[in-house]
Write a protein that binds this ligand. Structure first.
Ligand code: UD1
Ligand code: UDP
Length: 367
């Protein structure tokens, strides 16, 4: 029997770890413990409810407008007791959040082995995304197992000198989640509102985009709706109050732009499946949308998901108003480009990543 603890705290980690929790809970050889840090509160609960998962521990650390110092210190203080009590054989963390970094650091201090799910993503620009690029590189130093979603991610880890026998290419567990959420018969009143229009689904939340970059992103979107009367925009806004202030000021009074509360993951995946195109600075959405044949304009200076750019599903649109406006216009005006992007395919997995990770951890397969 192997005791495996999974630790996560934000919405995207939960969406990508819950399929793995369910997979491991179905294995007789595993004793599974779920610890959430509560770095997110209601956005995390939305995901746990959707997957019907009740955590064994909730550190409940979230504070309004929390700083990186507060998140990291609170987690380190609260997780040590949980790790010392449970003494897991291995702890799994996901990706690049402060939850993942702080938990990996705590495991290192206690010399508990760490498995890094979604390992090897890199921009090699320490400030983009910030602080995520640092977090994932630091976790990479600590981790004993690196579960890389793609061959490119594996190559990054090899290039950094990681032992090849500790790296496993598994696909991304986020794609596993899509298998259970998207439904052909899905309906929603907001999709009714958008029917007959070209629907742009927008999300923006990155810490390095807060302030002027986000204002420029929103101005570009507003100009798009002014230029194209057949375009409607739905923006489920992240609960960060700093984002809400900017969105509220730029989008006030816009009838074809709906600012809504965060959707639960089942709703969001079905909105993705119905949208014409996606504008986002999110990481996970860059993987999910190509899986659903939807073009993505990435609202960032750089991306750690080059596979999607290379395949043609993602286009890096930057964070400046003029460039974003031109990129969106270009796509709305060019059917050939649109078709190429939507038919580019999905390089991020086949929906079997959780099974592969469980097999590796439980010793049923080497690679
Ligand atoms: C965090 C992660 C980021 C990830 C993102 C996903 C870090 C440093 N950042 O950024 O990598 O892409 O989550 O969304 O780990 N809030 C609520 N309720 C919630 C969630 C958030 O009110 O359920 C508000 C709080 O005021 C909180 C603020 O949002 O202080 C920011 O949350 P935080 O986790 O610090 O940063 P994110 O931008 O969400
Ligand atoms: N998502 C969601 N509801 C929303 C917006 C996004 O469930 O209203 C999901 C989305 O499908 C993806 C994840 O949240 O799986 C992405 O989270 P986010 O953009 O917050 O973080 P990132 O991926 O950038 O770390």
């Amino acid at each position: 029997m192997k005791s495996i603890m999974l630790v996560f705290g934000t919405r995207p980690e939960a969406i990508k770890m819950c399929p793995l929790v369910l997979e491991l809970r179905g294995r007789e050889e595993a004793r599974v413990c779920v610890c959430v840090t509560g770095q997110h509160k209601s956005m995390l609960k939305q995901v746990l409810d959707a997957f019907l998962i009740e955590p064994d521990y909730d550190l409940s650390i979230m504070k309004e407008k929390q700083t990186l110092f507060e998140i990291t210190i609170s987690i380190l203080n609260k997780i040590s007791g949980v790790l010392e009590k449970e003494k897991p054989d291995v702890v799994l963390v996901h990706g690049d959040t402060s939850t993942a970094f702080a938990c990996a650091l705590a495991c290192f201090y206690l010399q508990i082995p760490v498995g890094h799910v979604e390992a090897g993503l890199r921009t090699y620009d320490i400030y983009s995304p910030y602080p995520e690029e640092f977090n994932r590189q630091a976790i990479g130093i600590i981790a004993n197992y690196h579960f890389a979603p793609t061959e490119k991610a594996r190559q990054n880890l090899i290039g950094e000198g990681k032992n090849p026998s500790t790296i496993f290419v598994t696909g991304n567990t986020g794609i596993d989640a899509l298998k259970t959420t998207v439904r052909a018969d899905y309906s929603h009143e907001l999709l009714e509102w958008a029917s007959g229009s070209r629907l742009i689904l927008l999300t923006a939340h990155r810490r390095e985009n807060l302030g002027e970059p986000m204002r420029q992103i929103f101005r570009a979107v507003k100009r798009i709706t002014e230029t194209y009367p057949d375009v409607k925009v739905i923006y489920p806004i992240h609960l960060n109050p700093l984002i809400r202030e900017i969105a509220g000021s730029v989008f006030a009074g816009e009838e074809r732009i709906r600012l809504i509360e965060p959707l639960d993951v089942i709703d969001f995946h079905n909105f993705l499946a119905r949208a014409e195109l996606i504008l986002t600075d999110s990481g996970g959405i860059q993987e999910e949308a190509p899986g659903l044949g939807k073009p993505v304009l990435v609202l960032r200076k750089s991306t750690e998901r080059p596979e999607g750019v290379d395949s043609g599903a993602l286009l890096l649109a930057g964070i400046e108003e003029e460039r974003i406006y031109n990129s969106v216009s270009g796509l709305l005006n060019d059917n050939n480009l649109y078709n190429r992007m939507s038919n580019a395919g999905n390089p991020y997995g086949d929906g079997e990543a959780s099974r592969r990770i469980a097999d590796i951890l439980l010793g049923q397969k080497d690679k």
